[in-house]
Design a protein around this ligand. Structure first.
Ligand code: PLP
Length: 402
């Protein structure tokens, strides 16, 4: 409750869509002495991480690990595969897609942006139609976000691959999984993705500061001819050094210590169980929002996100003020809003090391904050989420008994 002392009891509820709360086990793994990054112990750690991370992207190809946030891995994907003036097809799903497009422009590429109203994901049919029109194959890459974190819309990556194939187009396929990796199913090899971009601070339950490029053979071939300037991001030096378990520069040793353990934890839970948990938390959140009589920003259930749900407030209510009140009164952080939705919605992150009771807390704080700030709503959102969790738990108990 509102502070009249300098101490805030209990834990902060971090319900932004990443960075996500760190499991104690990951924190402990990082709280170890620094080791020599050119010594044998480091090589063992690096090889464990470089092999382990492939199982998360579901690939047998190399995965580059960068000491950089996701934005760095975006840049790496473009500069390693493309040349100045190349056309790239991107989809304006929201703020993060826009930032990637802006980066492409700054790097000297020519992005073509398929517009949306920021309330759906990327539509495979629209991509297919655009590629079919490109008879000269001027478009060199199709770049989409698997999950648009700004709006809570998930795009169908496997379907987009099929759409590219139906168009018979040779463009590279690059996918940002920064807010979906290790939270919902993703198959780099099976879905024919050439570069998958990932980040540490969401489903992987690590601090910000590490990011990834999962590669394909086609991406590696493209990198031999790509003319955009690069140095830190260059894949070739990294791949050569990684073979021995080393990096071309001083790597983020403690992040790797955490990564090794985070990968173990994901496999101990079982990736399919991790994905089912995220689906459950997302569904409970949506049921609460409907029970409140409020609107979910993602307007088509085909694109619902398993990791973040954005809630629209009725006209005239300030979502930033609501977030500030929730932080002050209940020690909880929700995600901010962007672009056309600035001040109109807030985002509930339900990803990473998160469970049912944490989500109920996040929903209860939202419901209480609506009441305190006069946002018109019906009661019963938390109840709707609890009812859903009860029914999900009883069906899984029945399934286990059969
Ligand atoms: N892409 C997506 C989908 C994101 O959600 C984010 C950040 O939240 C980024 C890219 C940028 O990553 P970073 O902030 O780690 O640089």
């Amino acid at each position: 409750m509102s502070k009249n002392s300098s101490r805030t009891p209990g834990r902060h509820f971090l319900h932004i869509p990443g960075p996500t709360p760190l499991p104690d086990r990951v924190l402990r793994a990082m709280d170890t002495p620094i080791i020599d990054h050119r010594g044998p112990e480091f090589a063992r750690l690096a090889k464990r991480c470089l092999e382990g991370i492939k199982t998360i992207f579901k690939t047998t190809s190399p995965v580059i690990i960068y000491t950089a946030t996701g934005t760095g891995a975006w840049e790496a994907s473009l500069v390693n595969t493309l040349s100045p003036g190349d056309r790239v097809l991107m989809v304006e799903t929201g703020q993060f897609a826009t930032q990637w497009k802006n980066m492409a422009e700054k790097l000297g590429l020519k992005p073509e942006f398929i517009e949306t109203d920021w309330r759906i994901g990327a539509d495979p049919a629209v991509i297919e139609a655009r590629l079919k029109d490109d008879k000269q194959h001027a478009i060199k890459a199709v770049c989409v976000l698997h999950n648009e974190t700004a709006t809570g819309c998930l795009s169908p990556v496997a379907e987009i691959r099929k759409a590219i194939d139906r168009a018979g187009h040779p463009a590279l396929f690059m996918v940002d999984t920064i807010s979906s990796l290790a939270s919902t199913d993703y198959r780099h090899d099976e879905w024919g993705v050439d570069v998958t971009i990932g980040g540490a601070q969401k489903g992987l339950m690590l601090p910000p500061g590490m990011s990834f490029n999962a590669l394909s053979d086609r991406a590696l071939v493209a990198s031999k001819n790509a003319k955009l300037p690069k140095s830190f991001w260059a894949w070739d030096d990294m791949l050569t050094m990684n073979k021995q378990g080393f990096f071309p520069y001083t790597p983020a040793t403690q992040m790797l210590q955490g990564l090794a353990v985070a990968i173990d934890m994901l496999h101990e839970e079982g990736l399919d169980n991790v994905f089912a948990r995220h689906d459950r938390l997302a569904e409970a959140t949506r049921r609460a929002i409907r029970a409140w009589g409020l609107e979910i920003v993602c307007r088509d259930p085909r694109y619902y996100s398993p990791t973040v749900t954005a809630v629209l407030l009725p006209d005239g209510f300030d979502a930033d003020a609501l977030r500030a009140l929730a932080l002050d009164q209940f020690n909880i952080s929700y995600g901010a809003s962007f672009g056309p939705f600035a001040g109109k919605m807030f985002r509930i992150g339900h990803l990473g090391d998160t469970n049912e009771l944490m989500i109920l807390g996040a929903l209860a704080a939202a419901e209480m904050s609506f009441a305190l700030s006069g946002v018109p709503h019906k009661k019963g959102g938390v109840q709707a989420a609890m009812d859903y969790f009860v029914s999900a738990a009883s069906s899984s108990a029945r399934a286990a008994a059969e």
